[in-house]
Ligand binder design. Structure first.
Ligand SMILES: C[S@@+](CC[C@H](N)C(=O)[O-])C[C@H]1O[C@@H](n2cnc3c(N)ncnc32)[C@H](O)[C@@H]1O
Length: 180
């Protein structure tokens, strides 16, 4: 009887933990108050087309969420290096485990991180984040030759390409591409 009670309690704890991680990682970002909404899956092919890197290049998703952009950018030869940074702790844990061995998922503030070997940066952040990113971009990502931003442009710099996405949604309609 005691064993059954212990098993049921353990099961209930596991379910509660699972629900907590799911709620924390799918709702509002506890740190930035930004919504942790991934980009619509329909726009992934168009995004990936602009994330191309030569050879063993590195792609960084700044605020990677569940890592869907990184997974879409993976090539069949698996040569491209995929890095994601996420500051929502629960989402970070979930994505880190989910993409184990396929992408490097880092925990922290993507706006203060220093990634010297990144070639292409992808961002789907808020206008406030883009304004913070603009002045420090080169210092934090010195080897980046391209920034691809979904929906929100850098406030000052003019994008080389502004693409109206064929399968866009009101909250994910435009891609801004900056070449450096
Ligand atoms: C709109 S979602 C985009 C997720 C993913 N890039 C995609 O396109 O599917 C923005 C993500 O960035 C994360 N985020 C916001 N500010 C951040 C910061 N300063 N550093 C790291 N991650 C951040 C949020 O927690 C959220 O998961």
């Amino acid at each position: 009887m005691l064993i059954i009670l212990a098993l049921v309690t353990a099961l209930l704890i596991l379910v509660a933990l699972w629900v907590a991680v799911h709620l924390l990682s799918s709702g509002v970002n506890a740190i930035t108050s930004a919504y942790s909404v991934g980009c619509p899956r329909q726009v992934l092919p168009e995004i990936v087309a602009w994330l191309k890197v030569p050879g063993r290049g590195t792609i960084l998703d700044l605020g990677c969420g569940d890592g869907r952009v990184l997974m879409a950018a993976q090539r069949p030869d698996r040569k491209v290096v995929l890095v994601g940074i996420e500051n929502n702790p629960a989402l970070y844990v979930r994505t880190k485990l989910w993409l184990w061995g396929r992408a490097h998922i880092l925990f922290g503030d993507g706006l203060t991180t220093h990634q010297p070997s990144v070639d292409v940066v992808f961002a789907y952040l808020s206008p406030r984040m883009m304004a913070k990113l603009e002045p420090t971009f080169h210092a934090h990502f010195p080897s980046a030759t391209r920034l691809v931003s979904l929906q929100f442009p850098l406030p000052e710099r003019r994008a080389q390409h502004t693409i109206l996405l064929k399968h866009g949604r009101p909250h994910a309609a435009t891609l801004y591409v900056y070449e450096f």
